[in-house]
Design a protein around this ligand. Structure first.
Ligand SMILES: Cc1cc2nc3c(=O)[nH]c(=O)nc-3n(C[C@H](O)[C@H](O)[C@H](O)COP(=O)(O)OP(=O)(O)OC[C@H]3O[C@@H](n4cnc5c(N)ncnc54)[C@H](O)[C@@H]3O)c2cc1C
Ligand SMILES: *[C@@H]1O[C@H](CO)[C@@H](O)[C@H](O)[C@H]1NC(C)=O
Ligand SMILES: *[C@@H]1O[C@H](CO)[C@@H](O)[C@H](O)[C@H]1NC(C)=O
Ligand SMILES: *[C@@H]1O[C@H](CO)[C@@H](O)[C@H](O)[C@H]1NC(C)=O
Ligand SMILES: *[C@@H]1O[C@H](CO)[C@@H](O)[C@H](O)[C@H]1NC(C)=O
Length: 443
């Protein structure tokens, strides 16, 4: 660990944010003997489950298919837990489905490299095990379409991995919340944190909107895409808005498509996860939109400009920009032609907490003592729900796993513009939500 002081044993801990990062941290702190004397308070601005939190949705892809071996193996460890299918376990009662994943790109596109590296990593993970045959190259569009089985497809090179799948994201979070509640160690508080409270370079607690404060020996910030409004993360993390579109399907379609694999086109970022409860989702993983606005500098005087999430919570009629809906429409036509013209009945902008490399930020703040950051999900954090809390608490205790020491650290150099360059993103960088909405949207 760096020299920034962390109390050997905080008597009181505040966690701000009850998404995957904050809630899994609460569970791990509750279980760990070294923290048994600590009071733990978990604060979220919304009642659980937060309607606009990034961890709450119909589905999230669960894959160890990463170009980076460290994340590939942590994800594989998480998947072992997702796979436990008994009713009283995380993966039970339909919370996890191992539908398989078809990961494709267009030959010659920048993102082909990501897909190739990922292909080799998952081959390695399974080598010499009984699962050796679960990963299969799909060398052309014909093989891709045969594997997807929807009479559609995408891309012209890729592979399938039958040992990847998807989770019912909200159900997984509800399960995690019940685990935390059962241990009776955490006090839950529904309140919006307006700012952190500093005393010189020490962090002493949090302040609410009504100006009242509560103090703690350790404050853990896990506020996802909102984190840059509570601490200055310019050049290190930034909220980027991603489009999601939903459409209803019939019982017969649910029956048929419920068995399809997850299909992800890394060249365009478009993906479809198998539907559940007669609802199908089409979404995009790319550079996304930013929403820069001026806010009071969370660390001092004046204003700073940061991308702030805009969601249906403050803007109930928010519908995605026409540009994003058109991309979802094109993907649907290509991937599931039989549904190509069915209208979307709901859309949503979900906010990533992007970092320049796609690495998480799990570290003490370099300048303020007693402040710990657990954020920077970069659009791929959900799958780590069963394992990330333990890693975060290891980092709090100064035992960051070797392979993540550099990756999860506070970046020394701020970048000019945060655009996640982990090889998985495509699309047009630098789109502004406001500008795209002005060009047209349903409403
Ligand atoms: C569209 C989309 C698709 C994704 N797909 C995948 C996928 O397929 N697979 C995968 O592994 N990952 C995926 N991810 C990424 C994953 O969902 C995120 O990395 C993860 O959920 C982030 O969790 P979090 O705890 O950081 O943030 P959140 O879940 O957003 O939690 C932050 C919480 O902080 C609260 N909060 C914010 N501000 C305040 C405040 N001032 N005071 C109090 N509380 C506050 C919010 O209410 C919220 O509940 C996707 C993300 C999105 C948006
Ligand atoms: C201020 O808000 C906090 C959080 O909602 C609450 O716990 C506290 O009682 C409020 N204080 C006053 C004086 O209203
Ligand atoms: C920092 O603040 C916390 C909370 O008030 C307190 O417990 C701790 O002793 C302070 N540390 C220093 C170095 O002042
Ligand atoms: C909170 O304190 C600030 C600065 O002291 C003051 O301007 C504001 O009116 C106060 N707000 C409330 C709700 O008391
Ligand atoms: C997959 O990406 C390529 C390259 O951007 C694009 O030509 C193709 O249409 C994409 N497919 C879908 C379904 O978006």
């Amino acid at each position: 660990m760096s020299t920034t002081s962390h109390p050997p044993l905080p008597k009181s801990i505040i966690i701000v944010g009850s998404g995957v990062f904050g809630l899994s941290t609460a569970l791990s702190l509750s279980k760990r003997a070294s923290f048994s004397p600590s009071e733990i308070t978990l604060i979220d601005r919304s009642p659980f489950p937060s309607p606009d939190g990034s961890s709450i949705d119909t589905s999230r892809i669960i894959r160890a298919d990463y170009a980076d071996p460290a994340y590939a193996s942590l994800a594989a460890a998480g998947q072992e837990i997702w796979r436990q299918q008994e009713a009283n376990q995380l993966g039970g009662e339909g919370r996890y489905s191992e539908s398989g994943l078809v990961l494709v790109s267009n030959k010659g596109s920048d993102n082909e490299i990501y897909v190739q590296k990922s292909f080799h990593n998952v081959l390695d993970i399974n080598k010499g095990t009984e699962n050796e045959g679960s990963v299969k190259e799909l060398p052309s569009r014909r093989e891709i379409e045969e594997t997807v089985g929807t009479r559609g497809g995408s891309g012209d090179w890729g592979y399938s991995n039958t040992r990847s799948g998807w989770a019912d994201a909200e159900a997984g979070m509800l399960f995690l919340r019940r685990q935390v509640e059962a241990l009776k160690r955490v006090e839950f508080l529904t309140a919006e944190v307006a700012s952190l409270v500093f005393s010189g370079s020490n962090t002493t607690g949090v302040r609410f909107k009504n100006n009242s404060t509560i103090s703690a020996d350790l404050v853990i910030l896990a506020t996802g895409a909102w984190t840059p409004t509570l601490i200055d993360l310019r050049g290190r993390a930034q909220a980027s808005g991603q489009v999601l579109s939903y459409l209803p399907i019939s019982d017969a379609e649910q029956e048929r498509l419920g068995k399809m694999p997850v299909l992800l086109n890394m060249s365009s970022g478009m993906f479809i996860i198998p539907p559940k409860n007669n609802l199908l989702k089409v979404a995009r993983h790319n550079y996304g939109y930013s929403n820069p606005i001026s806010i009071p500098n969370p660390e001092g005087e004046g204003q700073i400009k940061v991308s702030v999430p805009r969601t249906a919570l403050s803007d109930p009629n928010l519908w995605i920009p026409h540009e994003g809906e058109a991309a979802c429409r094109q993907a649907l036509r290509e991937m599931i032609p039989s549904l190509g013209d069915r209208p979307f009945t709901k859309t949503k902008i979900c906010w990533y907490t992007d970092t320049p490399t796609g690495d998480f930020i799990i570290t003490y703040h370099p300048s303020y003592s007693n402040l710990f950051l657990a954020t920077g999900g970069s659009g791929h954090g959900y799958k780590f729900l069963p394992v990330i809390g333990d890693k975060i608490v290891d980092c709090i205790e100064g035992r960051t796993p070797e392979e993540f020491k550099e990756k999860w650290a506070w970046r020394k150099e701020a970048v000019q513009n945060v655009l996640t360059a982990d090889g998985s993103r495509g699309g047009r960088p630098g789109m502004l939500l406001e500008e795209e909405l002005k060009k047209g949207s349903k409403l």
